[in-house]
Write a protein that binds this ligand. Sequence first.
Ligand code: COA
Ligand code: AMP
Length: 634
Amino acid sequence: MIYETLFQESIQNPEDFWMKQAQNISWFEAPEKALSQDEEGLYRWFKGGKMNTSYLALDYHIEQGRGDQTAIIYDSPVTDTLQKITFSELRDRVAKFAGGLQSLGVQKGDTVIIYMPMIPEAAVAMLACARLGAIHSVVFGGFAPHELAIRIDDAKPKAILTASCGIEIKKVISYMPLVREAIQHAEHKPSNIVVCQREQHPIELEENESDWTALEASGTPVEPVAVDATDPLYILYTSGTTGVPKGIVRDNGGHAVALKFSMEKIYGTTTGEVYWTASDVGWVVGHSYIVYAPLINGNTTIVFEGKPIKTPDAGTFWRVIDQHKVSVFFTAPTAFRAIKKEDHEAELLKNYDISSLKRVFVAGERCDIGTYNWMNDHLQRPIVDHWWQTESGWPMLADMMGLEEAPEVVGGSAGKPVCGFNVHILDEGGHEVTKPNQEGFVAIKLPLPPGCLPTLWQNSARFKSSYLSMFDGFYLSGDGGYRDEAGNFFITGRIDDVINVAGHRLSTGEMEEMISTHEVVAECAVVGIEDNLKGQIPVGLVVLKDGVGIAEADLEKELAAMIRHEIGPIACYKQTTVVKRLPKTRSGKILRKTMRKIADGQDFKMPSTIDDPAILDEIREAFQEHKIGNAFQS
Ligand code: COA
Ligand code: AMP
C-alpha cells in the first residue's frame, strides 16, 4: 500500500479506516463504531468494545499455537543474567501474580504504582494489572522520593509494586529507602507494598511490605477480566511546564489497535521476529515498545538491563543484536552518541554479526545529523528518526517502513505524518505556515487517532487548557518544527519549559520552583542548553537576595544536591551561575530561549520587547566565565 493512499484514507475517513484496523485484534465484543465524543466533547475510540490487553499480549498467542515461542528475553549484563520466558510461562506468571494482587484487594478500576528496574517482573506487574482491569502507573526508577510522592498523591494507588534494588553502571541502588521516604512524604498511604527481592541487595521487609515471590506463588490464576475499550489501561506521568506532572491516560482499545497497526506498518515487523527497544519501562517508549506492542504483535521482546556503554563496553548493543538475532532495534540518539564517543570507528562492531538487523529507529530527542551519519555509515541499513511523545503513545511522524513501497529516509527529518495524524505547522495566530522550511508550532488537527491520550487523569480541565486551548480544533504538541518542499517534517525543539536530558523528559519550570526555595535566591531561571552526549542539560542562572553572602561554588554544589535529591540524578543538574539580573521582556517574561541560544552559540533576533538589551552581554560574560555552553567550551 502506497503511503499517500493509506494516509489520505486515514484522514478522510477515520471511522472506516480504524474500524478496519480494529479487526486485527481479538475482541471479546467487537465495537460497532470507531469514533465518538463523550459528554465533555472529548474524542473516544471504540466505545462499546470489550477486551483485555493482557489477553491480547499473552493468551491470544497461546491459543494461536505460539505458547512455546519466547515472549521475553531478559538480558542483563549488569547481573550477568540471561533468561528466556515463553508466552505460556509468562501468561502463567502474570495470571498467578494477578491472583496475588487480587488477594491484596486490587480489582478492576483500582490504581497501582510500579517502581521497578528493568527486570521481567516489571512487565509481569504491568500485564497483571491489565489482566485485572486495574490501572497501572509506572514511575521511572531514577526518580527521587519527592517525584514518587507526587505521583502517589495524584494516582492514589492501592498498592506499590517495587524491587529491593536497581543496578546502574557499577552501583547498586537500594529502592526501599526511596519508596519508604516517598510514602512518608505522601498524603495518600497505599495499603500494600510488594517487593521483588533481588540477590544483589535483599532487604528486610517492614509492616505492610510483602514478598513478591510468595505472593506470586500463592496467587490463584486469574482469567483476563473484560474491560471497556475506553477504560484506562494506565496513567503515565510526564513533565509539563510546572512542578506538577501531567497524568497521561491511555485507554485499552485504541492503544491495542494503534500499537498493532504500528508494528506492521511503521516498524515493518512480523509475528515471531525479535524486536528490541533499549529504553526503560518507566518511559512511554518502554510501555509501548518494550512491553505492549511487541507482545500484542507476537514478537519476542528484550528486557535489557544495561547501558549502551560500560556494561561492559560500547559493543554491548551489537552483542545483543547478534546473540538474539534482533530484527528491528529502537533506542534514543543519546545512546548512539555515547557509543560513538567511546568507539568512534565502531571497531567493536567488527566482533559481531548483525545481519539479522533490518532497520534501526530512534526517538525521544532530535537526532542530530552527525549521529545520524555515524549510524548510517557504520550500520549501513535504514536509520529511521521518528517523532512522538508520552501523550501520543506511538509515533506521530515517521517513515512508515512496513508499507509495500518503503519510503526513502531523509537524514535530519522525523519523516511524514503517520496515518491518523493530521499534522500541521501553524503560526502564532493559528494560521497554516504554507511556506516550506519556515518554522512554526507543530499541531495536530483533531481528532487524534486511537492510542493517544483521551484526557489527563481526573483533570480534563488541564487537558483542555494545556493542549486544546491555543488553537481551536487542534492538539498543541509543545514542539516547534517545519516542513520541507517534499513534505518531510523537521522537529526543532520544545516551545515550552520542557527539556530532554539523555532522552529523559524534565521540566525546567519545576527546577526553578525548587531553586527559588533556597534561602539566598531572589530569582532564577533554568535553561536547557546543548550537550554533546545528553542532547540537553539544565543550567541555572540565579539572582541573589540583597545583602546575602555565599560563595558561588558553594551555592552551585547546594543547588546540584537539591535537584538531585528532589528530582533524581537523571536531571544531571550541575551548573549554576550567579547573575545581577535576568533578561526579561517589558511585561516581565524571562527570555529563556534567548539565553539558551547564547550558550549554544546560535544566532538570535534581539527580542523587540526586551527590557534592557545590555543584560544579554552580562549573561554572555557569565557563561564565558563559567564555561557554560558549547559556545564557550574552548
Ligand atoms: N535508576 C536510578 N538511577 C539512575 C537510573 C535509574 N533507572 N538511570 C540513571 N540513573 C542515574 C545514573 O546512575 C547517574 O547517576 P550519577 O550521577 O550518580 O552517575 C544519573 O542518573 C545520570 O544517568 P544517565 O542519564 O543514564 O547518564 P550516564 O552518564 O550514566 O549515561 C548514557 C549516559 C547516554 C549512556 C545514558 O543516559 C543512556 O543510556 N541513555 C539512553 C536513555 C534512554 O534510553 N532513554 C529512553 C528514552 S526513549
Ligand atoms: P517524551 O514524552 O518523554 O517521549 O518526550 C517527548 C518529547 O521528546 C517531544 O515533545 C519532543 O520534544 C522530543 N522528541 C521525541 N522524539 C523526537 C524526535 N524524533 N525528534 C525531535 N524531538 C523528539
